[in-house]
Design a protein. Structure first.
Length: 199
């Protein structure tokens, strides 16, 4: 069925019409397929290994949150943003598993942070995740990139981005100002992206 507008399409999804839901799932699969062809090798493996799960999870979240869709914006942009957030969440899970994080103290003056990084490097937990060579390569790049971040950036990325703490909690745990959490976290993520690309 062809819908006259995004609003009409969103309303059909809200009514849980079969044709609208089928179309939604197919569009989510097409988004994943597009990302698979356009992503660099390491990220491509995530889409290949988890593509159907990402598509289905995106469709489910769209269905559950359809009331929050702002009709002023394109529906496809909103749907793709949800898919991107799901991918980022999956990437965080991979990082957590790959670096084998524990709940050790994370104050930068304590040895806990170094132990976490060292454990992540020496135990090579990426070997447990996948036999796919590109996937393993990405895991190693992430581990190597984390170990090359400056100490403060590494502590913020681990606490804020990987452990999922709030800015306020991260500032309290690391005994640094909230502004430093934001700037060090942003700089750390940007540097990590760069290190992964050039590794």
């Amino acid at each position: 069925m062809v819908y006259a507008s995004d609003v009409e399409y969103a309303e059909a999804i809200g009514r849980k019409e079969d044709e609208a839901i089928t179309r939604l799932l197919e569009e989510c699969r097409q988004d994943v397929q597009y990302k698979t062809t356009k992503s660099p090798g390491a990220y491509k493996s995530i889409f290949v290994n988890n593509g159907e799960d990402i598509a289905q999870e995106t469709a489910i979240r769209v269905l559950l949150n359809i009331e929050s869709y702002n009709r002023k914006y394109r529906f496809s942009t909103w749907r793709r943003t949800i898919g991107k957030n799901i991918f980022c969440g999956l990437l965080r899970k991979i990082l957590r598993r790959e670096l084998n994080f524990c709940d050790a103290p994370l104050h930068p003056d304590l040895p806990g942070i170094e132990k976490i990084i060292e454990d992540g490097k020496t135990q090579e937990p990426w070997q447990k995740l996948s036999e796919d060579e590109e996937y393993q390569t990405m895991q190693k790049k992430l581990s190597g990139g984390m170990s090359r971040l400056p100490r403060k950036q590494r502590a913020v990325v681990i606490t804020r981005n990987l452990k999922g703490r709030t800015i306020k909690d991260t500032a309290e745990i690391l005994k640094i100002p909230a502004g430093t959490v934001k700037s060090a976290g942003h700089a750390g993520i940007e540097k990590l992206k760069h290190l992964v690309r050039v590794a």
